[in-house]
Design a binder for this molecule. Sequence first.
Ligand code: GLV
Ligand code: MN
Ligand code: MN
Length: 413
Amino acid sequence: VELDPVDPGRMALLVEQLGRFGANAHGGVDRPVYSPAWRDAQDFVAETMAGVGLSVSRDQAGNVFGRLEGRSSDSVVLTGSHIDSVVDGGRYDGALGVLSGVAALETLVATGVAPSRPVEVVSLCEEEGSRFPGASYFGSRAILGLVGEEELTGLRDADGVTIEDAAREAGPDLRRLGECRRSDISCFVELHIEQGRRLQDAGAQIGVVQTIAGLKWLRVVVRGRTDHAGATRMEHRSDALQGAAEMVSAVDAAVRSRGGVSVATVGQLRVLPGAPNIVPGQVEFVVDFRDTTQQSVDALEADIRAACSSVAEGRGLEAELEVLRATPPLELDQRMRQTISAATAAVGVTTLDVDSGAGHDSQTIGRHVPTGMIFVPSRDGRSHSPAEYTSPQECAVGASVLAMTLWQLAWED
Ligand code: GLV
Ligand code: MN
Ligand code: MN
């Protein structure tokens, strides 16, 4: 089949329109789940889906679906991604996967041929866990029936609002989350920006994702003693922040010495009580660490724990370590990878097999149904930053490959 290529101008317009919701002064977006900006963005996505001829539905998690009916089967080919963002995030992370799904379906609808299997594009909620730490992949987990009852009241944002109350404010009733469960999904394909720089460096147009790295979040609480900042001699202090600072450096050094694709980040740190004239009595920070094999993730954890314990011991501080979150690595489905590769050949673009350092809803969904991921280049590898950029031409190539992939999965299969 010859599908019309997706128009770069169409992609540029969609990215620009969705990027208005939660736009901030740095050219980035702040779109935490269930916020007014997020709700307006989901409404925009729903209108855009309806505008290209899809039937729109929403579930009680807040996920939005656009559906194209199939002729001879109920088993759904699903595509999509998320529109929630990290704090001061970019306009492409997640958003591009949703918009590409809509644009791909627009092209497929234009063929005038109905698919044999139904095709849906979904805009998932709270992939990032940026408003509710620990809630990552909330929308996809809701679809799979993997949200625990205790999360509804246990997950709170920085202001102490529970996820259940935040959702109610935006519309969804999380008490009815059980209704989100889907058992009719046969496969999932997610387009996403690479968020790294291998495609750019290799001059490849499309990345065919092989493995998604596993990750853990380790929360470290360092306890020392509060004292007067002026009156307490240096040798009499038990300063939790000095210990934490040394731990942060030790973690970085330990991970660098492993080499390979291991990464670790301390991106959040809280100093208590948090005043210039009080020696810090307690510090809490989270180490995010990742690798593509479970064995390496576990080895990293052991190194990080050892580094923190040894600093605590040397300084006479207490350190309490707790795993907040663990997502195992996932090798994507081989047939889905082949289908995506065949689509890139049909469209005529250059490709590279790549792993994903970032986490994705595909990692959760891919444990239950065959899943594949398509990467498009990220300029200079920038992501989780307002600097995210993928050119309209690159976006259009990605959406065209997605359209061809969906054609193979839902029309030909
Ligand atoms: C999600 O973007 C993650 O990998 O942190
Ligand atoms: Mn992200
Ligand atoms: Mn993402």
